[in-house]
Design a protein around this ligand. Sequence first.
Ligand SMILES: NC(=O)c1ccc[n+]([C@@H]2O[C@H](COP(=O)([O-])OP(=O)(O)OC[C@H]3O[C@@H](n4cnc5c(N)ncnc54)[C@H](O)[C@@H]3O)[C@@H](O)[C@H]2O)c1
Ligand SMILES: O=P(O)(O)OC[C@H](O)CO
Length: 346
Amino acid sequence: MTIAVLGAGSWGTTFAKVIADAGHEVLLWARRTEAADEINTSHSNSRYLPGIELPDTIRASDDVADVLAAAEVVVLAVPAQSLRENLTAWAPLLREDAVLVSLMKGIEVSTGKRMSEVIAEVTGAGPERIAIVSGPNLAREIAVGQPTATVIACADEAVADRIAELTANAYFRPYTNDDVVGVELGGAIKNVIALAVGITDGQGMGDNSKASIITRGLAETTRLALAMGADAHSLAGLAGLGDLVATCASPLSRNRSFGRLLGEGLSLEEATARTAQTAEGVKSAAAVLELGRSHGVELPITQGVTAVLTGRLHVDELGGLLLSRKRKTESPMKYDQTPGQSPAGS
Ligand SMILES: NC(=O)c1ccc[n+]([C@@H]2O[C@H](COP(=O)([O-])OP(=O)(O)OC[C@H]3O[C@@H](n4cnc5c(N)ncnc54)[C@H](O)[C@@H]3O)[C@@H](O)[C@H]2O)c1
Ligand SMILES: O=P(O)(O)OC[C@H](O)CO
């Protein structure tokens, strides 16, 4: 089995290590020649995973044609907003039967599409060739070998099973799921909710505020996901609740950290300048909000975060805005919406 990972940032490199530690050889594409050289000679990626020793069964290259030549499984780990452009260049190099695995947790801003939709559109791959990995998966914890679970989603569960078999190791436990929509939305929207939690953190708020945002964030995520055809169980699982809790709780999260900087009073530009890695929620928030609008689903936290990110709301007004909304029943079991009726509020 030839496995390629495209993108040698935090998660791409860590995921290559997961596969290598599961007993397979991996080809890793790095954009920078120096990064590929360092991985091959020193077995490290000091920019993204300082102090981590990589297995020598990972071979890196900056030549994507070399990496893709025989790849039967191609793992995509570039920033969500760059996927379409990259994949358009890579598509002619892909084997016709290659399974394409997305690690990305974002929504394409220009189209509102999920990553699996972008992959299908650009490559022509059918749903049985597209899989998603999403769950409580902070790269650094996994890179040091701390145990975690994840979800591998594919419309064809036999394919999900195959990817699960390639990745399962002593510290990485994949579960399979055929709900691609739910698993992808859980991963993308939790980044936006983590920005909100980060903001409260930067403002010095305590755990009640954070728990309230996490819980109501899950409610709005679930509402949208159900309106888009997802299964509620996926949102209550690892790719929903699990990832939301990990991301919102962890100082390792780039999204939560970005929100924290905003909450401390930094501008969007200042926070961006202080963030070296990809915080997908910053760009995806507007796309998630648009998905809510087009499906008639209220997303108050996403709406507030987007307003802050676009400069239409001062960060100090976010809490007041959320608290002053019309009071509603919590109705946690009423996520399901009847078409034509206004969605349950948050
Ligand atoms: N880091 C994590 O803990 C983690 C965990 C799960 C999922 N993810 C998701 O994985 C995806 C990748 O995140 P990451 O953590 O590896 O990001 P990162 O910022 O650590 O690395 C991004 C990688 O993409 C490359 N890159 C940047 N811009 C590019 C472009 N325009 N074209 C091609 N390559 C480009 C960078 O050189 C780098 O190798 C994101 O969607 C993220 O949400 C990350
Ligand atoms: O660092 P973040 O905020 O991109 O989160 C990383 C992972 O998605 C957590 O599962």
